[in-house]
Design a protein around this ligand. Structure first.
Ligand SMILES: C=CC1=C(C)c2cc3[nH]c(cc4nc(cc5[nH]c(cc1n2)c(C)c5CCC(=O)O)C(CCC(=O)O)=C4C)c(C)c3C=C
Ligand code: FE2
Length: 492
């Protein structure tokens, strides 16, 4: 990894003499300067309003998309073409993606903030908070949270319907959840708000809804259950906890602010009262946008750059691989995707005892910059056929990246969009930490199951992992204007 440049601290310091001014004057001065800085950078000055006071501007359909970066300078490694730049930034988890929007916007805002503030006013360091993602998409568009850049904080939560919740009651729940998600993603407070996120903007919040296999039996919709939701097979390395696996309904929440993410989790849980009961919940995190000197692919808790060879939205076959096509057996899933969720604990005590050289052979890529062991940079394709002078492959035969690659799996590909997790320490002192592995695909049998079967037969990474929980969810397309998520299933 390239060395990071030291962060600028200047805008945060206040000279002692100025601190002595009256609180009121200081507050007025700060407000005026923040308004100036916000005007200069195009940021919203306040963003979270109660529905009663909000005029409706900024609703998800009407401009609730990403707040554009003022004169967004292209990130350093761009190839310049606007289309490629857009797909590069939109691409989650890959170079320039996870924090791209935040970093570019933040960079511009930070610079303007320092210039406008002089040296006595605390300024927002970035505009991460003002970035919004639309909830709705017309014409069978995808739900947010699939191709959205990775966020810094995530919650995964599964619910089971309570006895007596029939199809009609389930529909009412999805309608209520959709309304709440739309409000929150636009930076507005939902009904009976707790106030937890009052001062924050939408912070790239996404709320993504999915249906589990058991949902269909409970609601009398078994004929509408897609074949692709058939349970995943058992794998030899599984040590799954059924209580933390599957579920009737699944929600993925992601945001670049922990309070915004928790606020959404709590609001959605309260919405479910009387209709669905929490089954399991997991908390995850990723790099904070702007934490690295330049946008780069995130790292996992083993220290590897993780997400490099994800399919890219600019790939010819991206949609076909990741999203359900027009010929799907269930029309309500067209434009949707299937999420496989695995809680994978990392045996970090064992892993960290290995030399960097050994760790690199386990993956087949360098740890510092993610480049394949066959050379080049992170984005250089792996040369799986390259041999060392002694005739052995440069990328070992059991290297994780070799075994998982589409070339080794009849072209199978999935979009990996994980969160790391850390739930304290186990009795033996080992961290209870790892990856909330989430992957998206049009057909789980041909993507996740195909690849996991292969890994399960003995890739070099598996001895350092324990799969502890699992779920498979059908994630329908985004709600059309006026609809709620899953309406074509529940009312079709
Ligand atoms: C069944 C699918 C996969 C599981 C489960 C999985 C777990 C897992 N992976 C890493 C770390 C890395 N994986 C990398 C690449 C990679 N992994 C999968 C699939 C699964 N990984 C695929 C399809 C690929 C891409 C292969 C390719 O086309 O080259 C890498 C290399 C960098 C990258 O491309 O992302 C790392 C590192 C961990 C730590 C883990 C479980 C905790
Ligand atoms: Fe992997």
């Amino acid at each position: 990894m390239s060395k990071q440049t030291p962060r600028k601290q200047s805008a945060r310091k206040r000279p002692a003499a100025k601190q002595a001014t009256s609180q009121e004057a200081a507050a007025q001065q700060a407000a005026a300067k923040q308004a100036d800085a916000a005007q200069a950078t195009g940021r919203k000055t306040t963003s979270r309003k109660t529905p009663a006071t909000d005029s409706g501007a900024g609703s998800a359909e009407a401009g609730g998309g990403r707040v554009p970066a003022p004169a967004a300078a292209p990130a350093p490694e761009t190839d310049g073409s606007p289309a490629k730049e857009l797909s590069r930034r939109r691409l989650l988890g890959t170079v320039g993606a996870a924090g791209a929007a935040g970093l570019v916007v933040g960079g511009a805002a930070g610079a303007a903030g320092v210039a406008a503030a002089g040296d006595d006013t605390p300024e927002a360091l970035t505009t991460v908070g003002s970035t919004g993602v639309p909830f709705r998409a017309a014409g069978g568009g995808h739900q947010a949270g699939i191709t959205t850049p990775l966020q810094a904080k995530g919650h995964l939560v599964a619910f089971d319907l309570v006895p007596g919740t029939d199809r009609k009651a389930a529909a009412a729940l999805l309608r209520r959840w959709s309304r709440t998600a739309e409000e929150l993603m636009a930076g507005r407070a939902p009904d009976a708000d707790t106030g937890v996120a009052l001062d924050a903007g939408p912070s790239s919040l996404t709320v993504t809804f999915g249906f589990g296999h058991s949902f269909f039996g409970r609601t009398g919709l078994t004929e509408r259950r897609p074949v692709a939701l058939d349970p995943l097979p058992d794998f030899s390395a599984d040590a799954l906890d059924p209580a933390r696996s599957n579920g009737d309904l699944w929600i993925q929440i992601g945001a670049d602010d922990a309070l915004v993410a928790f606020h959404a989790l709590r609001a959605l849980q309260k919405d479910a009262a009387g209709r669905a009961r929490l089954r399991w919940q997991m908390n995850g995190f990723n790099r904070t946008p702007g934490a690295t000197a330049q946008p780069m692919t995130t790292r996992n808790l083993m220290g590897q750059i993780d997400g490099t060879n994800n399919p890219k939205p600019s790939d010819r076959d991206f949609d076909e691989r990741i999203f359900v096509g027009r010929d799907a057996d269930q029309a309500w899933m067209r434009g949707g995707s299937y999420a496989v969720v695995r809680r994978i604990r990392m045996l970090l005590d064992d892993w960290e005892k290995r030399s960097r050289h050994d760790q690199e052979k386990v993956i087949g890529r360098r740890k510092d910059n993610g480049a394949p062991l066959t050379g080049g940079s992170e984005t250089t394709p792996m040369r799986l056929d390259a041999n060392r002078p002694d005739g052995l492959p440069v990328i070992p035969a059991n290297a994780h990246a070799r075994i998982a690659a589409p070339e080794s799996n009849q072209g199978a590909a999935m979009l990996r969009r994980p969160f790391s997790y850390h739930d304290g320490f186990r009795e033996d002192g080992a961290p209870d930490a790892g990856l909330l592995f989430i992957c998206w695909q049009a057909d789980p049998l041909r993507a996740f199951t195909q690849v996991q079967r292969k890994l399960d037969r003995g890739d070099a990474l598996s001895p350092f992992l324990r799969h502890e929980a699992s779920g498979l969810f059908a994630v329908p397309p985004a709600a059309e204007p006026g609809d709620y998520v899953g309406q074509p299933l529940l009312e079709g």
